[in-house]
Write a new protein. Structure first.
Length: 259
C-alpha cells in the first residue's frame, strides 16, 4: 500500500501556514479547492480554485491560505514514483485538471478503507489510488502546463465579467472583450476559462437568456422581436433558436407555462 496518510475535504482556518523548508521523505499530493498562496521556485503564487500539486520527497513545501481552506491531501511512500511516472504526471508544479469532482469522491473511499480494519483493505486502497491517477492524468491532458495568472489580469477579468452579466444587451464579441481585458483573443479565451471554469461566450449567452426570461415574464405586452432586441440579438429567429437550445422551450412556450 502506497498511501501512508490521507484526508478528504479537510478544512484549515484562515491564516493557516504549512512550512517544510526541506520537505519530507515521502510524496505529498495537495488539491486546493479554495485559493492559496504557494511558493514554487523561490516565488509566491496565488492559485485559482482546484489547483493541484504532487510534491516529490525532500522538496521544500510552503503554502498559506488567506481564507478558510478546504483541500484533499495524501502522503505516499517513495515507491509511489512508480505510479506517478507510469501515468506521466508532472511533479513539483501546479496542475489544473479540467474536472475535479472525482477527487473528493475517490478520496472519501480511500480514506474510509484506509482507516478500516476490513480484510483486503490494502488491495482496495491501491486500486482506488490507481483509479484516481488514471482520471487525474486524463483531466490534466497531454499538454498540461503550469498556468500562472497575474493578479492584474484576474482583476480585469472579474471587472469584465461583471460588465457582461450587468449588460447582456450589448453585442459582445471575443475581440471586444479581449481588448477590454488588455489581452490577445487567444490568451483571453484561455485565461477566462481557467479563472471562471466556463468560456466567455457561454457567459454572454447565459446572461442574455436570463435577461430575456425576466423580460418575458415582466411584461406580456412585449413581443418577441422587441425582447430579442433588448437582449442584444440581431433578429428574433436567432434569439428563439438559442433560447430553445438553452432552456428546451421556445420563448412563447416559456412565457405561457409561467403565466
Amino acid at each position: 500500500m502506497y498511501i501512508t496518510k490521507i484526508r478528504h475535504d479537510w478544512p484549515e482556518k484562515e491564516g493557516f501556514l504549512l512550512l517544510r523548508p526541506n520537505g519530507i521523505d515521502v510524496y505529498t499530493f495537495l488539491h486546493f479547492q479554495t485559493p492559496v498562496q504557494i511558493e514554487l521556485g523561490g516565488r509566491k503564487i496565488t492559485t485559482i480554485p482546484n489547483a493541484c500539486i504532487f510534491f516529490a520527497p525532500d522538496t521544500p513545501q510552503w503554502f498559506s491560505c488567506p481564507q478558510n481552506l478546504i483541500h484533499n491531501w495524501f502522503h505516499a511512500t517513495p515507491e509511489f514514483s512508480l505510479l506517478i511516472n507510469k501515468f506521466g504526471i508532472p511533479q513539483n508544479q501546479l496542475l489544473f485538471p479540467k474536472e475535479t469532482e472525482f477527487i473528493s469522491d475517490i478520496f472519501r473511499f480511500i480514506e474510509t478503507e484506509f482507516f478500516s480494519d476490513k480484510p483486503y483493505k490494502e488491495l482496495l486502497v491501491d486500486n482506488y489510488l490507481e483509479e484516481f491517477l488514471v482520471k487525474f492524468s486524463r483531466a490534466i491532458g497531454e499538454n498540461s502546463q503550469e498556468t500562472i495568472i497575474p493578479r492584474k489580469e484576474k482583476k480585469r477579468l472579474s471587472a469584465l465579467r461583471r460588465e457582461i452579466l450587468l449588460h447582456p444587451e450589448k453585442k459582445w464579441t471575443i475581440a471586444d472583450m479581449a481588448e477590454l481585458a488588455e489581452l490577445s483573443p487567444s490568451r483571453f479565451h484561455a485565461v477566462y476559462k481557467s479563472v471562471f471554469a466556463t468560456s466567455p461566450m457561454h457567459d454572454v449567452i447565459d446572461a442574455k437568456i436570463r435577461y430575456a426570461k425576466s423580460l418575458l415574464l415582466a411584461n406580456e405586452e412585449l413581443n418577441l422581436d422587441l425582447i430579442a432586441q433588448k437582449a442584444g440579438y440581431n433578429d428574433q429567429y436567432h434569439f428563439i433558436r438559442q433560447f430553445k437550445k438553452i432552456t428546451g422551450e421556445t420563448p412563447g412556450a416559456y412565457r405561457r407555462a409561467r403565466r
